[in-house]
Design a protein around this ligand. Structure first.
Ligand code: GDP
Ligand code: IMO
Ligand code: MG
Length: 427
């Protein structure tokens, strides 16, 4: 049976949590494959609201096995507090599996994340401050600490010592901060070992065996395509690969097993943190989208920057991820505008450009070319089928589909599980 990928098609916060939760009832495994607790996935089930950061959204579906893949960076303190928070609310988390090859975020990664941002001043990325970038940097530099290291005290000690040798020099001499004690880190992390031990598994082997046994595996991305370290708006990106290729490396599932790649696409655009954003609105419309859409970060509480839909970005997401479908979210938020601008191309230095420019300079100069689609004023939050939508809302969806290059197979008309119009089945 197939593996499916579900990922963000824009700059994150497209509604991946809701979409994953919706599919969670029909799949056997939900796997996070990259990122860490920089993610904030909101899931609304009935009158209950959950904010997940590190755990896959499938943890809320009783029949589903949640997996934290090798490509994720794990802050063990956050992991344990998220687990106990769910347990207190009656959610069974005992089926969770964690890859022994996943890397750990340590207190020194968080410190370095924060001081680096401060040092960058006006050029800062606006990171979530969770230590994500420094943890991935250590992984690539081959001085990272992995989950499996927690179970061998002498190796853990050697690795923490090695990782801190140069970092403490930098912290003290360059950033004027106190050195971090390797002993303290080791002591704290050995304390997590016992609590995490039972979850740790060879997740790559288990997932591939599951696929052989006709189980369905859903790979859930964090962040989004434009935040990808290779394909996003570098350097204003996260330090991992949310795009479809990352789902393979971050889980150990080969590309030939993936049959569906679903891009989650907001009916307008948002972004948190610094970096270019051609359709950003700094006016009343932007304020209205923020207010109606509740566009405030789940992880850091920062207001999200808001703007109109950008079809150039959607087309790009189709291309770099090989998307087979879109799940369009938050269509309900656009109710009430007389007409809705949609960016169909950019103007860069006087020229019309249809594709996302690869040059950072060009992208910074890109000005949106808008087409204006007629809006609707009817409440659409109870719509259950495409035909229930007002004609202008239907036309808006069809226009987006045409511009974006993949079929829109589901539409979100509210935050709840049932507030979804399913057009084509994902399974
Ligand atoms: P994620 O990071 O991609 O999982 O997205 P977030 O959870 O950070 O942000 C999406 C927000 O939109 C959450 O508050 C969701 O509950 C909410 N949401 C998701 N889909 C819809 C929808 O179709 N309509 C409305 N009104 N809200 C939605
Ligand atoms: P979800 O999964 C939106 C942004 C940060 C910053 C940049 C780098 O909820 O969609 P990092 O801490 O990752 O080094 O920050 O990436 N960012 C997100 N923006 N949604 C997210 O996750 C994000 N995770 C990171 O704001 O600009
Ligand atoms: Mg989010």
């Amino acid at each position: 049976m197939p593996a499916l990928v579900l990922l963000g098609a824009q700059w994150g916060d497209e509604g991946k949590g809701k979409a994953t939760d919706l599919l969670g009832g029909s799949v056997d495994y939900v796997v996070r494959y990259q990122g860490g607790n920089n993610a904030g996935h909101t899931v609304v089930v009935g009158d209950q609201k959950y904010a997940l950061h590190l755990l896959p959204s499938g943890i809320l579906s009783p029949g589903c096995i949640p997996v934290i893949g090798n490509g994720v960076v794990i802050d063990p303190a956050v992991l344990l507090s998220e687990l106990s928070g769910l347990n207190e609310r009656g959610i069974d988390t005992s089926k969770l599996l964690i890859s022994g090859n996943a890397h750990l975020i340590t207190p020194y990664h968080q410190t370095i994340d924060k001081v680096t941002e401060r040092f960058l001043g006006k050029r800062k990325i606006g990171t979530t401050g969770r230590g994500i970038g420094p943890a991935y940097a250590d992984k690539i530099n081959r001085v990272g600490i992995r989950v499996q290291d927690l179970f061998d005290e002498s190796i853990l000690r050697q690795k923490v010592d090695a990782a801190l040798a140069d970092k403490n020099q930098v912290l003290v001499k360059l950033f004027n901060r106190r050195a971090i004690s390797a002993d303290q880190v080791v002591e704290e992390y050995l304390g997590y070992a016992e609590q995490i031990k039972d979850y740790v598994a060879d997740t790559t082997l288990l997932l591939n065996q599951a696929l052989e046994q006709d189980k369905v595996v859903l790979l859930e991305g964090g962040q989004g395509t434009l935040l990808d370290v290779d394909h996003g708006t570098y350097p204003f990106v996260t330090s991992s690969n949310p795009t479809a290729g990352g789902a393979c490396t971050g889980s150990g599932i080969g590309p030939t097993k993936i049959t569906r790649v679903i891009g989650i696409l907001k009916a307008y655009t948002t972004r948190v943190g610094a970096g270019p954003f051609p359709t950003e609105l700094l006016d009343e419309d932007g304020e209205a989208l923020r207010r109606i859409g509740g566009e405030r970060g789940v992880t850091t509480g920062r207001d999200r920057r808001c703007g109109w839909f950008d079809a150039v970005i959607a087309r790009y997401a189709t291309r770099v991820n090989g998307l087979t479908d879109f799940f369009l979210t938050k269509l309900d938020v656009l109710t009430g505008w007389e007409q809705i601008p949609v960016c169909v191309a950019y103007e860069i230095d006087g020229e019309r450009v249809e594709e996302l420019p690869y040059s950072q300079t060009d992208f910074h100069h890109a000005k949106p070319v808008y087409e204006y689609l007629p809006g609707w004023s009817e409440d659409i939050s109870k719509a259950q089928t495409f035909a229930d939508l007002p004609k202008n809302a239907q036309a808006y969806v069809k226009a987006l589909e045409e511009m974006s290059g993949a079929p829109i197979s589901a539409i979100g008309v509210g935050p709840g599980r049932t507030e979804t119009i399913e057009i084509n089945s994902f399974l």
